[in-house]
Design a protein around this ligand. Structure first.
Ligand SMILES: [Zn+2]
Length: 480
């Protein structure tokens, strides 16, 4: 069996998960399920990034210990598994011992490129990274729109500059393939501007003692990005389970949001080169979700709780919305109206109605003699065509287009049903046989739709299979 290793970004746990976190996990889940259906030995890793200063501050604000805060919030991120029906194989927390062991080992592996120096720089706490004045927009971090703080310290630096040429070649030649192309070009432009060495530790004092200590220096904490990025290694046993690590590394796909492209497409490959480890094969970069056109933000009070949505509309309806309505590469907008529209027109009326009609017809015929078989060639061509499109779209991360193909089939099925009118055929002795064949073909057609929906809407897909088997018609998406 060929292995397939995919990862999501690990989330900051300074707050509860919002809809943006849900999007990335659901996208990753589709890929994992798709690859499992292709008989790959899939390892799907997700988790939480817990050693950030943001957590220290969030804990202070809530008046609890940092440990209490990260435990509480990480639990909530883990619960997305059930709410969104995620099929991840492991959930790594960077406060776990297995991670700390591996992260320290990784530090030692890149140590030859690390040196100490005194410096001052502008630090954005949100990004956990330094910015040059030119990189700021009106003096603010372009990602967080916040003023970075001036930090003056003696810390460790990593010789990123040394890897400039190599990195340029790796990205340009697509040795690491960055999807979409637009992001690849942004990364290349960043590298070509010239890479400076980066700060990779902070004083224990500034870290409030929170984080992973630099091996051999008890006054310094490993930069949270080296710590966090190394989860992709430690999550499959780097430093603790060599056999497992050898089995799954390198990653076949890292899935991340556009705000952390630089860390994954520039810094991470440089660290790996330094550590003499193979590079990931692909990095898929998604956009952000906006709410009614605005960025998701606590201060705007527009944070949508994915658990609430699931409670009201069901897991598959939320998955469907995220995958169909939100573009995989650009920012996409969420409103309740849009979700309800998709629910009513695509799920209840579209898919649900076709299934209900066909299963109700099948129920009228003697179940024993009914087969699931393509008896009418009219359906064959469209199945072939849309199946091809579906596959190509998934492999290109175009989840919305893959679902579009399935819904093309659903509309075709509707039209076919209206044209053939099997309920009329069944009434006439002479035409009964033809009517039966139409229904048998439609059962085959629905089974195909169920299969194509498997990676996207696993529960719905299962219900479709059950109804085809039981001939017991039931509403897939009841009225809200
Ligand atoms: Zn920032």
């Amino acid at each position: 069996m060929r292995k397939f290793y995919l990862t999501t970004a690990i989330d900051y746990v300074n707050a509860f998960p919002h809809l943006g976190h849900a999007l990335e996990k659901v996208q990753a889940d589709v890929i994992a399920r798709y690859q499992r259906l292709r008989k790959k030995d899939v390892f799907f890793l997700t988790g939480t990034d817990e050693n950030s200063l943001k957590n220290v501050q969030a804990a202070e604000k809530e008046g609890i210990s940092v440990k209490e805060l990260v435990d509480k919030n990480a639990q909530k991120f883990y619960q997305l598994k059930e709410a969104l029906n995620l099929s991840f194989d492991d959930f790594i927390r960077t406060t776990q011992e297995r991670h700390q062991i591996g992260a320290k080992r990784f530090w030692l592996a890149i140590k030859k490129d690390v040196y100490k120096k005194k410096y001052r720089g502008l630090y954005c706490l949100g990004c956990e990274a330094f910015y040059t004045p030119e990189e700021l927009k009106d003096g603010l971090c372009p990602e967080h729109k916040k003023k970075p703080e001036l930090v003056e310290e003696e810390n460790y630096f990593f010789r990123l500059s040394k890897y400039q040429k190599k990195l340029e070649k790796i990205i340009e030649s697509e040795k690491i393939k960055i999807v979409p192309e637009k992001r690849k070009n942004e990364v290349l432009a960043f590298i070509k501007k010239g890479l400076e060495d980066i700060c990779v530790s902070r004083s224990k004092q500034r870290a409030h003692g929170w984080g992973i200590e630099v091996p051999g220096d008890k006054d310094q904490i490993i930069w949270v990005w080296i710590d966090a990025l190394s989860n992709y290694l430690t999550g499959i046993g780097y430093g603790t389970d060599e056999q497992k690590f050898q089995r799954y590394w390198p990653a076949d796909i890292h899935i991340i949001g556009k705000g952390i492209a630089r860390f994954h497409c520039v810094f991470w490959p440089a660290f790996l080169l330094s550590a003499n480890l193979p590079l990931p094969k692909k990095i898929f970069i998604h956009g952000y979700i906006t709410i009614g056109g605005q960025k998701i933000s606590k201060s705007l009070g527009n944070v949508i709780d994915p658990f609430d949505l699931v409670k009201k509309y069901g897991t598959d309806a939320v998955r469907y919305f995220l995958l169909r309505e939100i573009s995989p590469f650009e920012d996409g907008d969420f409103t309740l109206e849009k979700l309800e529209k998709r629910y009513d027109s695509d799920l209840a009326k579209g898919l649900g109605n076709l299934l209900l009609r066909v299963i109700s017809l099948a129920k009228r015929i003697d179940g024993k003699s009914l087969r699931i078989k393509l008896q009418r060639p009219a359906l064959r061509a469209i199945i072939k065509k849309e199946e091809r499109n579906w596959k190509k779209a998934i492999e290109d991360f175009k989840f919305n287009e893959a679902l579009n193909s399935v819904w093309n089939l659903i509309s075709f099925g509707d039209r076919y049903l209206e044209k053939e009118k099997p309920w009329v055929l069944l009434k006439e002795e002479k035409l009964k046989r033809k009517g039966k064949e139409v229904i048998e073909s439609l059962l085959f057609f629905l089974e195909k739709i169920g299969k194509l929906l498997q990676p996207f809407l696993p529960e719905t897909s299962e219900k479709i299979f059950q109804q085809i088997k039981s001939k017991n018609p039931q509403l897939l998406f009841p009225k809200r």
